[in-house]
Design a protein around this ligand. Structure first.
Ligand code: ATP
Length: 309
């Protein structure tokens, strides 16, 4: 798929001199779901706001659908829908008028069929004549998405779409995002929730301290960095790993009670059988064995920790 968003060496220094983006380069492919993961204050909202033209960068460039977000602002903006973090709806407005109004703001001609399609896609058609204030929190979030889609953008940004929502609504939002992708919309979402990125993203970008630490296909990331560990509990603690067992894959726990062996689950030979016979040959008696698989969360925590070191 061709790239629909191209971000080149994007920098943003706020008026107080704080550098919130320190040269971010990233290309987003048409039709993908990209999750931007990062701790509080990492620069996620700044990145989205700069792409959407809500703030201006202090260096670098961004194009959306070939339009430069500064020199060709209107062109770029027409390609983008933005679902903000906060619910900012007019309580007495009807659902359908809210969506029609947003469409009008972009200078798009009135098109009842297009509005109906959007409302149906978000299961809001039955509520089209309800006032916003009469809707549940979940419905209001759907209206925010409908508004962002009103001018039929090709790229949709969702800033923390499920912050503070319950589990059921979170799953609902994930289904909506999957449907939107199926209809051809490119989706970029920011999230604190690793399980959210794990559940719905095609690619994951990790951002911390204004830098993009990595961007990679989710599955590749999980298998490249997701190691499995075998923990061999010993009946008696030892001070050091016996010479016959020393290898890069083996470490000793701090209390000397366990040997921790890291291995790649995809490898043809994991080396576990040899390890266990070497452990026995070294005269060590094991009391228990357990395995653990690193999750995206471990990978993320390691990355952010490395960056801070
Ligand atoms: N207007 C501003 N002036 C000065 N600094 C700002 C301004 N807006 C944001 N920042 C700082 O820029 C950094 C990045 O903020 P940003 O909101 O982009 O992070 P974020 O990753 O979206 O965080 P969160 O997950 O908490 O929303 C933070 O340290 C923040 O304090």
């Amino acid at each position: 798929m061709p790239d629909i968003v191209k971000i080149t060496d994007l920098r943003k220094a706020y008026a107080d001199g704080f550098e919130a983006l320190k040269g971010v380069s990233l290309n987003i492919r048409e039709g993908e779901i990209l999750a931007l993961l990062g701790p509080n204050g990492a620069g996620k909202t700044t990145l989205i706001s700069t792409i959407c033209g809500i703030t201006t960068g202090t260096g670098g460039s961004v194009t959306v659908g070939g339009f430069d977000t500064v020199n060709d602002y209107r062109g770029a903006r027409s390609m983008i829908g933005l679902v903000p973090q906060e619910i900012n709806l007019e309580p007495f407005e009807k659902v359908i008028s809210t969506v029609r109004f947003s469409r009008g703001l972009f200078g798009k001609p009135k098109d009842d069929a297009a509005v109906e399609k959007i409302l149906r896609q978000l299961s809001l058609w039955d509520k089209k004549d309800s006032q916003i204030r009469a809707l549940s929190g979940g419905m209001k979030r759907r209206v925010l998405i409908a508004k962002a889609l009103a001018h039929e953008p090709r790229v949709l940004f969702l800033d923390e779409p499920t912050a503070g929502v319950d589990v059921e609504l979170r799953r609902d939002m994930w289904n909506i995002v999957a449907d939107l992708k199926a209809s051809g919309v490119t989706i970029i979402l920011t999230t604190h929730y690793i399980e959210e990125a794990e559940a719905i993203a095609d690619r994951i970008g990790v951002i911390a301290h204004g830098e993009l630490l990595l961007v990679e296909d989710k599955d590749t990331l999980m298998s490249r960095m997701g190691k499995k560990q075998l923990v061999v509990q010993l009946t008696q603690p030892i001070d050091a790993i016996p010479d016959s067992l020393v290898s890069d894959a083996l470490t000793l726990s701090d209390d000397g009670h366990a040997l921790i062996y890291s291995y790649d689950t995809r490898a043809e030979r994991t080396g576990i059988t040899k390890l266990l016979s070497d452990v026995a040959a070294a005269g060590l008696v094991l009391s228990d064995l357990e395995t653990s698989q690193s999750s995206l969360e471990d990978i993320f925590v390691d990355l952010v920790k490395e960056d801070a070191a």
